[in-house]
Design a protein around this ligand. Structure first.
Ligand SMILES: Cc1ncc(COP(=O)(O)O)c(C=O)c1O
Length: 297
């Protein structure tokens, strides 16, 4: 387990540099949204990439069903994002064959629920959603994968996982404060929340309250993603017109709610429900939403 810098974005490159560059093999990627696509762009600089499935033509409103996915047992690795932060799409299952290294960007749902970590060869997640402040990125990597990775000549030392493993994440000055806060958050999850199962239950409760309100609004609020792929972390929705959306965001800001604007690439409204957000905070948002609906319907 490594504490690195460079964000999840640096992992988009470090992974294919380590597992794809100069191998002549092909890696399989899922293009499920804004971040999945960014990972593909970087991997393509390092070697052959097969986009196994893309939701781009549908505007990234849903994730693939199993029947749409045909994995190769020969792939160098399989990469996907467990939660697409921008669109609000989350996989509620583990993908791919166990015989192929499974690599997952869990930046926006790591430690929000239990995960069968053994089934993944690499899990990476920046801290700044659920586990701490920006500045540190957690990377869980199977040592056997590093042992078997092709030697990359002239690789900058900082981009070589082995150097970080050998020095216990102390290869250069580590972001000590961010790592320390991550320690406090993991203690809080364990000792105060009572573990990841409880954390997941709380996160589900928050999301279910919000999605219920969206679904009960008879089209006044419209959920972005297909119901079965909805994210427990990022609830994305629209109102009936862009003008009404702007009004909603303005009045919400006046009422003291921040960070509800959708990502700049998508617009709309996004309520992020990360570990740090409480159930009462969601209830306050629901009160605001129902008052706004009564006023503007
Ligand atoms: C799923 C996901 N992957 C990658 C990134 C990029 O992370 P960073 O800004 O730490 O490089 C983000 C950013 O929000 C994200 O949500």
């Amino acid at each position: 387990m490594l504490f690195l810098q460079g964000g999840a974005t640096q992992q988009f490159s470090m992974i294919p540099i380590t597992l794809l560059r100069n191998t002549g093999r092909e890696a399989e990627y899922l293009q499920t949204g804004y971040w999945g696509k960014k990972a593909i762009v970087e991997a393509e600089k390092e070697g052959k990439v097969k986009t196994l499935w893309s939701g781009q033509a549908d505007g990234y409103k849903r994730l693939p069903d199993d029947a749409e996915l045909s994995f190769s047992e020969q792939a160098a690795y399989l990469h996907y994002a467990s939660n697409e932060t921008v669109e609000g799409l989350q996989f509620h299952r583990v993908l791919g064959p166990d015989s192929v290294p499974r690599v997952c960007d869990m930046s926006s749902d790591f430690l929000s629920r239990p995960v069968d970590a053994d089934r993944f060869s690499i899990i990476y997640a920046h801290a700044q959603k659920n586990i701490g402040p920006a500045g540190v990125t957690v990377v869980l990597i199977k040592k056997s994968l590093l042992d078997s990775a092709q030697e990359q000549p002239n690789l900058p030392s900082f981009l070589d996982y082995r150097n970080h493993v050998a020095t216990h994440s102390n290869y250069n000055t580590p972001p000590v404060f961010a790592i320390y806060v991550t320690l406090l958050v993991t203690r809080w999850i364990k000792d105060v929340v009572g573990g990841l199962e409880n954390m997941e239950n709380i996160n589900h409760r928050k999301a279910e309250l919000l999605y219920q309100a969206i679904d009960d609004s008879q089209g006044f609020y419209q959920g972005w993603s297909r119901k079965e792929d909805r994210s427990y972390m990022n609830a994305t929705f629209n109102l009936t017109t862009p003008e009404l959306e702007q009004r909603f965001l303005q009045e919400a800001a006046q009422a003291g709610f921040s960070g509800l604007d959708g990502h700049r690439s998508l617009g709309g409204v996004r309520a992020s429900l990360y570990n740090g957000l409480t159930v009462p905070a969601v209830e306050q948002l629901l009160d605001f939403m129902s008052t706004f609906e009564r006023k503007h319907r």
